[in-house]
Design a protein around this ligand. Sequence first.
Ligand code: DSN
Length: 430
Amino acid sequence: MDSNMNNRDFVGYFPIADGRRRDAELFGAIEDEFHRQQNQIELIASENFVSMDVLSALGNVMTNKYAEGYPNKRYYGGCGYVDVAEKLAIKRICELFNCRFANVQPHSGAQANLSVLYALARPGDVVLGMGLAMGGHLTHGAAPTISGRWFRSISYGVTEDGFIDYDQVLRLAREHMPKVIICGASSYSRRIDFERFREISDSVEAYLFADVAHYAGLIVAGLYPSPMNHAHVVTSTTHKTLRGPRGGIILTNDASLAKKIDSAVFPGVQGGPLMNVIAAKAVAFEEALQPEFKKYAKNVLENSIVLADRLKELGLDIISGGTDSHMSVLDLTRLSITGKVAEMELEEVGITCNKNAIPFDELPPSQTSGIRVGSAAMTTRGFGVDEFVQIADLIHRVLANYGNPNHEVIKMDARMEAANLCRRFPLYNT
Ligand code: DSN
């Protein structure tokens, strides 16, 4: 942070002094959220901390600009400068993924996924995606979403040992002849065999659509397989391991699909793009092109493996027995504690994570038998292997002693230890 700035008046780069006077409740909540982020160990696998540059790009005058359409083909005048931002974002993300076409306008991963289905399929077509409890995402065909309501959704899952059941994918594909096969996941920690998915898709003449929201940062750093040469279309969010602002992107190497996707995003699914967010995406993509980002991604992976290994060493069960990515899913069944309770217990000691269904879960999504943990956010804060071992010890101490008469004392100690760790690695060095 600029040394002339006063910490009391800035939350990140966000000037709150005037706002606090005018609207204490709202600006107080922003300030409180800043301190929550500063003081808690963030293990939500889909979250990260953006750089100061991304944060300041988000709050810029491009938010004032309507720019329906695409660069050089807008439905409003005055779009010259926002065109520069969008073209930069497109050029940079294409370079990162080594692909030919990108749409950087989706407001989120869900909007990106909806746009792809809108471009590739018609209501009633069969869509084959990974089941929600198996690790898939809501937008991959789950019943309460458009993807589950407008399409005939069929789900595949994992084998007993927690790895994607490719034989099942093939069997279901042959049986149901999907128009689109979706691969990619929200809580699958292992490598996805995109080549095998493409072989299956080709065998039934389906489109292959890969949603790599979770793995994007690892992919661009060369640490996780890229779907780019296998999938017809790839989507991602920009805010997880890629460490940009919240938002979505759609990528393809196919010119005719790129045209369809552009029409599906606008005017199909969205109106005016959020040009300030697109500017912030361009900033984040430039950061991800730097050698430091590769180093960051390597640390994310190393820390995640250390966390999973240490949790296992302490006797906790990890779905599939380990991880190849930034996340792991813990099966709490043997501890007789639900994901919901574990999430609350950990939050009380200053560790944030989320309850998560495990494959073949018998509990409803509001309870679940697991939690998901990720390393992307705290690696950004500077946590290394030692700190992730300490986190594993804290998680184990809190969860394994649930119901123990000394539990509250154990939690009090854990809370102090977590707070000390956070103090050593300040958010934005404030
Ligand atoms: N909600 C995101 C996640 O936590 O994985 C996916 O959209």
